[in-house]
Design a protein around this ligand. Structure first.
Ligand SMILES: [Zn+2]
Length: 365
């Protein structure tokens, strides 16, 4: 009776701590990619009216529900994500606490926080900040030194070395995939059902690029200097110049048609009908390499392999689903970070069991 009381108390404490940390993660998710310090201003502020939020309206989980997802001052909607991240962090903190011995649990709390920030920043901005990836790698190596059990090592030194090597392994293996991917997926050919209307409309430094129903931002397509985007057109119009059956060869700052070149800064609108596109595609961002290093530092080299494997499977399934639902016909950028994070989570909780099952499967007794 008494023991179960303390067990419940500790579980509740883990949940509440998770919700509070989740609130801080929300601050990091908002501020890190925008280069706002997570320390200054101290108080959270409303993204719409910038009013500082008093502490009594900043209670994790509770405030969002009480205020029904609106800012108390200006009434503008506060995204469900704020509540979702707090709840997810709370549940994961609780699960980690229930699953692992306390020393490992504390290290994994740090790891889970890193996974969550990386996931939500990547979903919104298609980047994972260095503070999270490089910082996470250092945190993982230090955690392994303090808690050698993380690396199943007997000594601190062995754990430190294993963690560092696993981080390097994570970085390198994804680097190889990325370099290979440049050749394999360097271009993506999109054949349209028939001649489809497109428009390219410049606004300031960027442009809206619309093909049929699909709307995207021009800057999303170009990651490298050499990237090219080709439009095989039936006809096209550049400002008021009409061209016939031509291929438009775009670079990030210019377009070549026939023998002529136009600087995009001087063009306002390009439109026409297109049959086929070739879009440059960065298979993965550089942030993913460093992110996988952080995963390796916490989970070891097997965790790295599993995260890539599970992440790729999950990514393909989601890609396939959006294709079937028809939400997205094609897209230039795909964040890989959230899928890596999902793979890492699965490994963290079920990796050992998965290995046992696998060896039993290939080598039944
Ligand atoms: Zn407000």
């Amino acid at each position: 009776m008494e023991i179960s009381f303390y067990v419940t108390l500790f579980a509740l404490a883990a949940f509440v701590l998770g919700a509070a940390i989740g609130s801080f993660l929300n601050v990091s998710i908002y501020r890190l990619p925008r280069d706002i310090s997570v320390k200054e201003p101290r108080r959270s502020f409303c993204p719409a009216c910038k009013t500082q939020i008093p502490w009594q309206q900043n209670i994790p989980l509770v405030s969002w529900l009480v205020l029904r997802g609106r800012c108390a001052k200006c009434g503008s909607k506060i995204a469900f994500r704020y509540f979702g991240v707090e709840l997810l962090t709370a549940l994961l903190f609780l699960a980690v606490w229930e699953f692992f011995p306390w020393k490992i649990a504390i290290a994994y709390w740090v790891f889970v926080s890193i996974l969550l920030i990386a996931t939500f920043v990547d979903l919104e901005h298609f980047i994972i900040p260095d503070q999270i990836t490089i910082g996470g790698t250092i945190a993982g190596i230090i955690a392994s030194f303090i808690v050698p059990e993380l690396m199943s090592a007997d000594t601190r030194l062995a754990a430190l070395v294993r963690s560092g090597l696993a981080a390097a392994f994570g970085y390198l293996i994804l680097w190889i995939v990325l370099e290979g991917g440049k050749i394999a997926f360097g271009k993506k050919r999109v054949k349209l059902d028939g001649p489809t209307l497109f428009t390219w409309t410049r606004h300031g430094d960027d442009a809206d690029f619309i093909v049929g129903e699909e709307r995207s931002l021009w800057s999303d397509y170009f990651a490298r200097e050499k990237d090219r985007l080709l439009l095989h057109c039936d006809e096209a119009k550049i400002d008021n110049r009409v061209v016939g059956n031509e291929t438009l060869e775009f670079h990030y700052n210019r377009v070549r048609i026939g023998g002529e070149e136009f600087v995009l800064d001087t063009v306002d609108q390009i439109s026409g009908t297109v049959r086929e596109l070739e879009i440059p595609r960065e298979a993965m961002g550089r942030g993913d390499l460093k992110f996988l290093a952080a995963i390796g530092a916490f989970l070891g080299w097997r965790g790295v392999l599993f995260s890539i494997f599970a992440g790729s499977v999950a990514g393909s399934l989601v890609g396939l689903a959006t294709l079937i639902i028809g939400k997205r016909v094609w897209s230039a950028k795909l964040p890989f970070g959230p899928y890596l994070a999902l793979g890492a989570l699965i490994w963290m909780f079920f990796g050992e069991r998965f290995v046992q099952w696998y060896f039993h499967f290939v080598n039944p007794v």
